[in-house]
Design a protein around this ligand. Sequence first.
Ligand SMILES: [Fe+2]
Ligand SMILES: [Fe+2]
Length: 263
Amino acid sequence: MRESTSATPAIGQRAGERRVRSTEEWLAYFRLNARRQRKIPWQSSGVAASPAELAPLRRSLQAWQLGETSDGRHLAASADRFAAATGDPAYREVIDLFIREEQRHGALLGRILDDAGIPRRQADWGDTLFRRLRYSITDIEVWTTPVVMVEVLAMIYYNAIRRATGSPVLRAVCAQILADEVPHVQLQCERLAVLFRHRSRTRYRATMLAHRVLFLAVMLLVWVGHHRALRSGGYSWTHYRRAAYAKMNRAWQRMDPQRYVWT
Ligand SMILES: [Fe+2]
Ligand SMILES: [Fe+2]
């Protein structure tokens, strides 16, 4: 969907700016981001985390590594349909680069597990549930909604892991993933704003109500599955819940089509 013709590659909400980035801008961003990955100090130290430090993290890291690893076929098919419906074929390329970035996260976490001698997992209840939810309908909105929620919670999760470990490698991997996830959330929110743009305010409010119910469930499930790791990183239940809603409220604001100037 071509909402703007500017080709500025910079991504990030500038003060006073209320414009959905064009497909071309997102393409430029993902291409640039692929070339400016942080250096991870694998050679100098390995993972170098003590077994005691890894104990509350290992199951959780296995699950997130699996979650970050997907061939993206369902998303690519949904993106194709969305691109065709909106006359924006380049959107598929944006999604391909987005999928590649997620696969890079999976590869980084996979290497962490391998270096630490933690086996990779092939299945996890949270991952299975999340995939079923995403694949239930091949509609870009149904796909994007749980993804943006998990990406919001991922920012809390990787921050917790970064705080829970003294390993320079694991900290650098978390920093890279956190840096990538901020624009991911922004991309998903902007695409949802495009989808909500012609929705009546009554239907939009009903959609937001459904979002609140779903987010409560996703937030609780992430806590159930990962509270040991989150606690290791300094997140009590109250702290986690407050941080989750603070971030999700910002994401909900960014999905509101009334926030943007449409050209
Ligand atoms: Fe990711
Ligand atoms: Fe992401």
